[in-house]
Design a protein around this ligand. Structure first.
Ligand code: ADP
Length: 456
């Protein structure tokens, strides 16, 4: 299309809109194209006295475009364009380039076609061309009227957007007020909760002080009572022994049996009293380990000898394996023997058939001394409970003990800087493991001494 006189601008503008519509651009885009065209056309007309306008449909990098080229008939200096003009126009299209080739200045603009626009076939384009050729361009006045309508529509849209914006702003302000109120409420609640937590902690501290005092009182009470009980119970046992002695007056069969009953009950009582006293002493921190270099082979050998007499149940074997060399550990020999004897004793007591096996393994700087049996085992939910004072599993062997052996053993193992653990499968057996450091951690010996002194 030629652009020679002022009125051509209206025609170019109108054609631009029609081409954009024919290629499927939506209404807003049609106005953008028309406005960009009339603006650039106006500037070229003023700066170069005219131009040729070409519309083309193209595909670039898989993208379909409407390309518009305005080439001036005479050169035009860049500063002849209205300042800010091309920049403002560039916002209306996707790309805008101005180039000068020889005496000709070319303005190229393009706009992406929407994906739903029909395919750009040769026939389609020919049809569009024919349609445009057939329609006669209207006069400038009509185009002006169209432009006015578009302007009014644009104004209307701006107004409605402004109204929407005002509503949104109001909503935002409302939300902000809500958030502020919520924030205030939350901080108040947080403060309230904090006060509660602080009070709770104070109460907890107080309770733990009371608990410690109660635990100490209990240990003291147990120690005193068991100490006081030991003398009379020992006396009863002595008297029973005297009564049954061959040097005393002979007893009738009935009397001998009853004295025997009294003596065995008194011995049970003495065992309980002794165990209570041991536990109370351990809890009060009154047991001071005697740290020495201990040979585990010696300890195992002694236990093998002393417990052989207890392993008298047919079908149950006591196996004490030889510890691997070097079998040394720094610990308290007497306490360690006491712990292992207790575990072996339990193993023999609660195993009907199979074996009770003690073995020592050295791993990662620790000794793992385990006592495994093939007894009834302990259900998982009771595996911690049996370490509580006086707790015994229901069963026939119950009467044979006090329920104090394991808590005492665990206490002693802790005192030696180790841990006593249990794994057990009901019906298969149990494994009690004493894990002790080969060397007690630095300061353990001194710490124990201080604790003992403090406790005493
Ligand atoms: P006691 O043996 O004097 O009853 P313990 O504290 O040594 O007290 O053990 C507590 C309870 O744990 C025992 O009564 C028994 O029910 C259970 N128990 C301990 N050792 C074993 C074991 N090796 N196998 C099965 N049960 C065990």
């Amino acid at each position: 299309m030629p652009l020679r006189v002022e009125s051509d601008i209206f025609v170019v503008r109108q054609r631009g809109r029609e081409v954009a519509a024919a290629l499927g651009l939506e209404h807003q885009d049609q106005i953008r194209i028309a406005t960009a065209l009339s603006e650039m056309g106006r500037q070229l007309l003023a700066g170069a006295g005219g131009a040729e306008v070409t519309f083309a449909a193209a595909t670039e990098a898989g993208q379909r475009l409407l390309c518009i080229e305005l080439s001036s008939t005479t050169p035009v200096a860049r500063d002849r364009f209205t300042p800010g003009g091309p920049a403002a126009v560039a916002r209306l299209v996707d790309s805008l380039e101005i180039s000068t080739a020889g005496p000709v200045t070319v303005v190229r603009m393009s706009r992406r076609l929407p994906p739903n626009a029909g395919p750009l076939t040769r026939e389609g384009l020919a049809a569009i061309r024919a349609e445009l050729a057939a329609s006669a361009p209207t006069g400038p006045l009509d185009e002006l009227a169209v432009q006015n309508q578009q302007l009014m529509a644009a104004l209307e849209e701006v107004r409605s957007q402004r109204d929407e914006l005002a509503v949104l702003n109001e909503e935002l302000a409302e939300t902000n007020r809500g958030v502020l109120a919520l924030y205030g409420q939350l901080s108040e609640e947080l403060e309230e909760t904090n006060r509660g937590v602080v009070a709770l902690y104070a109460e907890l501290d107080e309770k733990s002080v009371q608990l410690r005092a109660a635990s100490e009182a209990k240990s003291r009470f147990l120690a005193n009572v068991s100490h006081e009980l030991r003398a009379p119970v020992t006396a009863i046992i002595g008297l029973c022994r005297l009564l049954g002695d061959s040097a005393s007056d002979p007893l009738t069969g009935e009397q001998a049996q009853q004295v025997g009953l009294v003596r065995s009950s008194a011995e049970d009582l003495l065992r309980l009293v002794n165990e209570l006293l041991d536990l109370a002493k351990a809890e009060a921190g009154r047991i001071q380990p005697n740290w020495t270099e201990v040979d585990l082979r010696v300890v195992f050998g002694q236990l093998r000898g002393t417990l052989r007499a207890l392993a008298n149940r047919p079908g149950v074997e006591l196996v004490v394996e030889e510890p691997p060399q070097p079998a040394t550990i720094r610990t308290d020999e007497v306490l360690l023997a006491q712990i292992l004897r207790n575990l072996l004793h339990n193993g023999l007591k609660f195993t009907e058939r199979g074996d009770v096996r003690m073995r020592a393994q050295r791993r990662d700087g620790s000794w793992h001394l385990s006592v495994a049996d093939t007894g009834a085992g302990i259900p998982p939910q009771l595996q911690e409970r049996i370490f509580e004072e006086f707790y015994q599993l229901p069963g026939p062997a119950r009467t044979a003990g006090t329920g104090l052996g394991l808590p005492y053993a665990r206490r002693l193992v802790n005192l030696l800087g180790g841990a006593l653990t249990l794994t057990s499968t009901p019906g298969e057996g149990s494994v009690f493991t004493v894990t002790l450091p080969v060397e007690p951690p630095a300061g353990a010996e001194r710490a124990e001494t201080c604790a003992t002194e403090g406790g005493a």
